[in-house]
Design a protein around this ligand. Sequence first.
Ligand SMILES: Cc1cc2nc3c(=O)[nH]c(=O)nc-3n(C[C@H](O)[C@H](O)[C@H](O)COP(=O)(O)OP(=O)(O)OC[C@H]3O[C@@H](n4cnc5c(N)ncnc54)[C@H](O)[C@@H]3O)c2cc1C
Length: 410
Amino acid sequence: MKKYKYIIIGGGTTAGYAAKEFAEQNIGNGELCIISAEDILPMNRPPLSKNYLKDENEDDELLINGKEFYDDHGITVLTETYAKSVKFAEKIVELDRGEALQYEKLLIATGSQVKHANISNENLKNIFYLRNVNQSDEIRKRAKEAQNAVIVGGGYIGTETSAVLNQLGVQVTMIVPEDKLLSKFATDEISDFFIRKFRKEMVEVLLGEEAVSFHGKDSVTEVELLSGKRLPTDMVIIGTGVQPNIKLFKDSTLTINHGIVVNEFCETNVPDVFAAGDVVEFPDRIFNKIRHVEHWENAFDQGRHAAQVMTGKYEPYIFVPFFFSDVFDVSYEYYGDSESANDIVYRGSLQSGDFSAWWLNNDRLLAALIMSTRPKKEGELAAKWIRNKAKVEKEKIYNTAEELKELELN
Ligand SMILES: Cc1cc2nc3c(=O)[nH]c(=O)nc-3n(C[C@H](O)[C@H](O)[C@H](O)COP(=O)(O)OP(=O)(O)OC[C@H]3O[C@@H](n4cnc5c(N)ncnc54)[C@H](O)[C@@H]3O)c2cc1C
């Protein structure tokens, strides 16, 4: 049986950055193997709903490491290969192709899978989910032929794909079950800004609506809504969220709640088994709660962190929740967690879109949304204040005339 010092199950973003870190920690040739269900090397997914979806030539940010990187460091990547089962007691991973591999230390990085929306006739042609590069290619190809599209969901996949399809010349209708866009973080004012933006670009946004059924003979031709309305369409994208990809471990001794439970060292309850990225929940030392993240920054950071711990650098993982998104010419970054906020302060102008939003609980900053037009310093300060649990005076945030450097706290 083939033996590796380190095995990673999953070949996504976490795996790609973990591999980079393993190489930086100077692991030996032939010590690391990545088992990946995909037909592409570990990649960054954000471009799949942004630049790459618009234009297949915009592919230079897709791969985390080129093929030469894996060759140079003697890292084996088994693509189009599923880990079928793991025998923790014997430290063995069984592959779908019949082979078995032995590890000393295992990193689970199986990520997320899409949540199916429970809409009838979902199997009709030209109804898409978006998680991998092939789906992004198929959506682009269809969008080039389509006149109109229905996007189900008003989260980041829904908003980003609506914007791209609109830019490709497709007439887009976005169906949003909530009463606002980006409801996971947006206040009414922020949602209104984005709705105005989409409507200005001629994207129809239907709030408080749900898709209940798709119609068509072979390919989708109509979407039926809860209100009874029927929308003719040439294609549909469903963006209704994701869930941790834990099915491989359902009947194992691994502790799993919503995701695989790890401590601040990415350790699971099973000796020498680590996990990181979208698939885990971990103790958040800044907000003192158990956190599950489905965003790139955590996959990047925690993948590297797990590799450091596994190669002997034993430090706790401290992470300021963070994600970014782009729609049309607007990019934004979100830091922290506004869940227990009791106040919000805006800087700049919500009308023009040049604004930032700062969520507070009394004098502690919990979260901030920073539009890309804002001074870079705002994002840096937000991250720093959240991480340090700094005392922040609301009036200072209010005072937009004040130089940002004067906002700096000791
Ligand atoms: C279209 C799209 C756009 C995004 N845009 C943004 C963005 O703008 N900003 C942001 O912050 N985040 C964004 N994200 C989220 C971000 O990409 C994820 O958080 C990140 O990919 C998580 O990395 P991961 O490695 O944990 O999981 P994944 O990248 O999902 O990788 C998991 C891998 O494990 C494989 N796998 C699972 N089970 C097995 C098995 N049994 N055997 C072998 N392989 C297996 C899967 O096939 C997959 O390749 C986006 C995601 C998508 C899909």
